[in-house]
Design a protein around this ligand. Structure first.
Ligand code: AMP
Length: 225
């Protein structure tokens, strides 16, 4: 990592499933114009198109397990190498293992501007099951809602685009438990990889989305700016 170029904005969003990384990344990308790269969304897209990667990832995702590092690293390195990703992106849901973090550093070294922000979305584990099992996603625009915490005005219809809402199959309680367990054992240790560097910052994500977004702006400017 080390010296950063003036123009690069290469942020990674870290935190448990259900911590709100996707909601915040979408919003920040919308106002800043940077590219939002969600590895979960990319994998779901591969699955819906029936690609080889989608087929390889399917079983792991359905069981709430992490897709193997080799597949993930190849997918992400290819994505961030495309011209539209050059200077400004948010990586949401990657890295999730130590091996992925090392591979990301190799791919985005100082000559490419390095990683500029590592943001940890902190939510108590007790809140996560409710947040995940009540989550609904718009099948059309990808907006994220919640039956209790962020309801739409009409049942199962997106307020933003009137698309149909879906309940992700891996947001059911049994799979959620497995995803949280994978997070604790494989992803939580990755926080330490970034914690002692100047680029790490932390947001209290146990608040309403607008309050989290306000804090996100403050900590990203204060801690790293
Ligand atoms: P997400 O939408 O980020 O919760 O991801 C959904 C699922 O995709 C996860 O439960 C994993 O099976 C898989 N996945 C997404 N990102 C990664 C990653 N960085 N490493 C391994 N598996 C991932």
């Amino acid at each position: 990592m080390g010296t950063k170029t003036m123009t690069a904005f290469h942020a990674i969003f870290l935190g448990a499933p259900g911590a709100g990384k996707g909601t915040q990344a979408k919003k920040l990308a919308g106002v800043s114009g940077c590219l939002h790269i969600s590895t979960g969304d990319m994998l779901r897209e591969h699955r819906s198109q029936g690609t080889e990667l989608g087929c390889q990832a399917q079983g792991y995702m359905d069981e709430g397990k992490l897709v193997p590092d080799g597949l993930m690293v190849e997918m992400v390195v290819e994505r961030i190498a495309r011209p539209d990703a050059a200077d400004a992106w948010i990586l949401d849901g990657f890295p999730r293992t130590g091996e992925q973090a090392l591979a990301l550093d190799r791919a985005v070294d100082d000559s490419a501007g390095g990683i500029t922000h590592a943001v940890f979305f902190d939510v108590p584990h007790g809140s996560l099951i409710d947040r995940l099992t009540g989550r609904r996603t718009c099948s059309q625009c990808g907006a994220i809602w919640h039956i209790k915490f962020k309801p739409t005005s009409r049942d199962e219809i997106c307020d933003d685009c009137e698309g149909a809402l879906v309940h992700r199959s891996d947001d059911n309680e049994a799979v959620v438990e497995q995803r949280l367990s994978a997070y604790r054992t494989q992803t939580e240790p990755v926080l330490d990889y970034y914690r002692d560097r100047g680029l790490f910052c932390e947001v209290n994500a146990d608040q309403a989305p607008d309050a989290v977004f306000e804090d996100l702006g403050k900590v990203m400017l204060k801690e790293v700016g």
